[in-house]
Design a protein around this ligand. Structure first.
Ligand SMILES: Cc1ncc(COP(=O)(O)O)c(C=O)c1O
Length: 382
């Protein structure tokens, strides 16, 4: 066998890729598994969005920058929901999901050996992509007592000379903690002081969140910040692969240099569907959030049955729960999986700061959640 590139030595297969294989094999053995692990919305996008896709009759390559019409609708969306002005000409780049943007941004701004500030707990892709391109992850701890916000004063005590990028993600996954204007102002000031590109990954701002915010709404933010956004969670379009990166034209131009050499424009029908989705009124979010609220109530009951605690003010597609002290996250999730056929994500997937926590997805129907509650009530954890 040909040896693989050295860059793969430090990178493991994605946790969910491995665990879902195991879950699938349990299902194949006839186990009635209920999956509360993954944040892939189970509901459909609106009919109008699906029709826009169906009616597409263009099958050729598309522009690397996406249809001007799509960029215009992203610009209107950012103005309407976040109060942020973006030029559709050069401050917006549509992406095939925000996950691919993490690689494109890293390739555009990092050299081998550069350092990258990464939240712990946080979305695992920030660290794995950093390692893939042979840069160095520098984890900063988020703690419940600081509402899972970065302690910038503590971070500043380190040598930040070679740090080029800081990943932030508010509303935060996995904890559901929300940012606010003050936090974003402090992050922008930090980026300016240390010449670090602040990247806010913002796919959850419309899920169980009354105040959608963009880091770019802070005055002067575009000098040092860019933002990733996505239609995956907001419009139930995770499998469509539509996201975007927005910010200053010089930053977006650099990312386009990478992207245009790696892939081609999105299928025309997907872009038409995305345009339709972005123009929906806020009623769409209200309707989705009503469903998620009902589901979250049941998950809170499951947490109570497990003697876990949780923050009722959190946002996003998950409930992040603290397990009783003395217990280990993976022990609990494995016990629940093997004895009760329910898959829940251990907090340790998101870094060692996730030890002592578990994460529940809101992406299954109420009846299945009630079934989980019944199963959990029957188990004795302590
Ligand atoms: C924090 C965070 N960022 C990015 C993504 C990727 O989303 P997309 O479907 O837009 O690639 C996810 C998906 O779970 C996520 O949780």
């Amino acid at each position: 066998m040909l040896p693989t590139a050295k860059r793969l030595n430090d990178v493991k297969e994605y946790y969910f890729s491995i665990k879902l294989r195991e879950v699938r094999s349990l299902i194949d053995q006839g186990k009635p598994i209920i999956n509360l692990g993954i944040g892939s919305p189970d509901l459909s996008p609106p009919e109008t969005v699906i029709n826009a896709l169906k009616n597409a009759d263009t099958h050729g390559y598309q522009s690397y920058q996406g249809l001007p019409e799509l960029r215009k609708s992203i610009a209107s969306f950012y103005q309407k929901h976040y109060g942020v002005d973006l030029s559709f000409e050069n401050q917006i780049l549509p992406l095939m999901g925000s996950k691919e943007g993490i690689l494109h941004i890293s390739m555009a701004f990092l050299n081998k050996g550069d350092k990258v500030l990464i939240p712990n707990p946080g979305y695992p892709t920030y660290a794995s992509v950093t390692k893939l391109i042979e840069a160095e992850p520098v984890f900063y701890n988020l703690e419940e007592k600081n509402q899972w916000w970065p302690d910038l004063k503590a971070i500043e005590k380190n040598d930040l000379t070679n740090v080029k990028i800081m990943w932030v993600n508010y509303p935060h996954m996995p904890t559901g903690s929300n940012g606010n204007e003050q936090l974003f102002k402090e992050l922008i000031a930090f980026g300016k002081k240390h010449q670090i590109l602040i990247v806010n990954d913002n796919p959850y701002s419309f899920v169980l969140n009354d105040k959608p915010q963009s880091i770019l709404s802070v005055s002067g933010a575009k000098d040092v910040a860019i933002e990733l956004n996505s239609l995956s969670k907001s419009f139930n379009m995770a499998g469509w692969r539509v996201g975007m990166v927005v910010g200053h034209e010089s930053h977006i131009g650099a990312i386009l240099k990478v992207k245009s050499n790696m892939d081609s424009g999105m299928f025309y029908g997907i872009q038409k569907g995305a345009i339709e989705a972005l123009s929906l009124s806020s009623d769409w979010f209200d309707r989705m959030n009503q469903i998620y609220k009902e589901r979250r109530n049941i998950i809170w009951n499951i947490c109570d049955a497990l003697n876990c605690t949780y923050d009722k003010d959190s946002s996003g597609l998950f409930v992040w729960a603290k397990i009783p002290s003395g217990k280990k996250s993976e022990e609990i999730t494995d016990t629940i999986l093997y004895n009760h056929n329910v898959f829940i994500t251990p907090g340790t997937v998101f870094g060692d700061q996730g030890e002592g926590y578990i994460r529940f997805s809101l992406c299954i129907d109420k009846d299945s959640m009630i079934e989980v509650l019944d199963r959990i009530k029957k188990m004795e954890l302590s």
